[in-house]
Ligand binder design. Structure first.
Ligand code: C5P
Length: 282
C-alpha cells in the first residue's frame, strides 16, 4: 500500500516556558501544504527500510519505521515488511516531514488493520510533537505538547512560497536557545502583508525565530534577502530553517519561487492541503 505524506508550515507559533517534563507548551496555527513524501509498505521476507536520498536515516531510527513498528506491535502482528520513503520534503527545516511520514504510516496501518482513532493518536504522540497534527492535518490550532488539535475550517485565498536555505537547524538546540534568551517573542507579520482571512485572528508570528537567529545569523540574512526580493514579510516555520511568505495565488507564489536564484534546497510554490496524508493505493 502507498500513501502521500504532506509537509506543514506553522503560520503562527507561540511558545511558553518549559513545563516540568522539559517540553515547551505551544499554541500554533498549523497548515498542511502540497509538498509531500511518498510512503510504500509491502510484505517482505525480512524487515527493511529504504529512503530515496540521504536526507533522512535509512535505519530503525527513521520516524516512519518507528511508527510502523509501534503500529505493528499495537495490532500484534509480526509479519516482516519493506517500507520505502520517497523523500522530497527537506529535513531539519521545520516542515514536519519526518512527522508526516510517521503519521502516514500510522494512517495506512489503521486503514489496513482497523484500530481505533485513540490508539492512532497515542502512537502518534509517542513518536513526536508534530505527529498528532499530521494525522489529521489541514488547518488546526495546536496546543500543549502538540497533542491538543482543534481542527479549523480550511483557509482559502492564498498560496505560499517556501524557501529552504542550504543549512539545517536542530529543534532541541533552538528551544534551548529560546530558554537562554529568556523566552523571546517573534516579530509580527504586519496585517497589510497577511491574506484577508488571517487578519484580526491570532498574531501571525513565530517565537522561535529570535532563537534561530541567535544560533545562526544566516537565517536573518536569508530572511532579509527574500523580503527585499519579494517586497513582503517573510516568516520562519517551526524551528527553521525553512522560510515562507504569503501570496495571493499559486501563480504569484510561482513567480516568487522563480525569482530565487540562490543555492537553495527548495524554492517551491505550495498550495494549502486539507489533510495530513492520503492513501494512494491499497
Ligand atoms: O517532539 P519532538 O521530537 O519534535 O521534539 C524534539 C525536541 O524539541 C524535544 O526533545 C525538546 O527538546 C524540544 N521541544 C520542546 N518543546 C516542544 C517541542 C519540542 O522543548 N513543545
Amino acid at each position: 500500500m502507498r500513501g502521500k505524506a504532506f509537509a506543514k508550515v506553522n503560520l503562527a507559533l507561540a511558545v511558553y516556558p518549559a513545563a516540568a517534563d522539559g517540553f515547551h507548551p505551544l499554541r500554533g496555527l498549523f497548515q498542511s501544504i502540497s509538498m509531500s513524501d511518498t510512503i510504500q509498505i509491502e510484505p517482505s521476507s525480512g524487515d527493511e527500510i529504504t529512503v530515496s536520498n540521504d536526507e533522512a536515516p535509512s535505519d530503525s531510527t527513521n520516524l516512519a519505521w518507528v511508527a510502523f513498528e509501534s503500529a505493528r506491535r499495537a495490532v500484534r502482528i509480526s509479519a516482516p515488511a519493506s517500507l520505502s520513503v520517497d523523500k522530497r520534503i527537506p529535513t531539519g527545516a521545520g516542515l514536519g516531514g519526518g512527522s508526516a511520514d510517521a503519521a502516514c504510516v500510522i494512517g495506512l496501518m489503521q486503514n489496513r488493520h482497523g484500530f481505533d482513532d485513540e490508539m492512532a493518536l497515542d502512537i502518534a504522540a509517542s513518536i513526536g510533537s508534530d505527529v498528532p497534527f499530521a494525522l489529521t492535518g489541514g488547518t488546526a490550532i495546536v496546543e500543549g505538547r502538540g497533542d491538543r488539535i482543534d481542527a479549523q475550517q480550511p483557509l482559502t485565498g492564498f498560496a505560499l512560497c517556501v524557501v529552504v536555505p542550504p543549512f539545517s537547524l536542530g529543534t532541541p538546540a533552538v528551544f534551548r536557545e529560546w530558554d537562554r534568551l529568556g523566552g523571546p517573542v517573534g516579530p509580527d507579520v504586519p496585517e497589510a502583508d497577511l491574506p484577508p482571512i488571517l487578519r484580526g485572528g491570532l498574531p501571525i508570528r513565530n517565537d522561535l525565530y529570535p532563537a534561530a537567529l541567535s544560533l545562526d545569523d544566516r537565517i536573518g540574512d536569508w530572511r532579509d534577502d527574500l523580503e527585499r526580493r519579494w517586497g513582503v514579510s517573510v516568516s520562519m516555520t517551526g524551528s527553521g530553517s525553512a522560510l515562507f511568505a504569503f501570496f495571493e495565488s499559486l501563480d504569484e507564489a510561482e513567480s516568487a519561487a522563480a525569482a530565487v536564484d540562490l543555492p537553495v534546497r527548495a524554492a517551491d510554490a505550495v498550495s494549502l492541503i486539507d489533510r495530513g496524508w492520503e492513501q494512494i493505493d491499497a
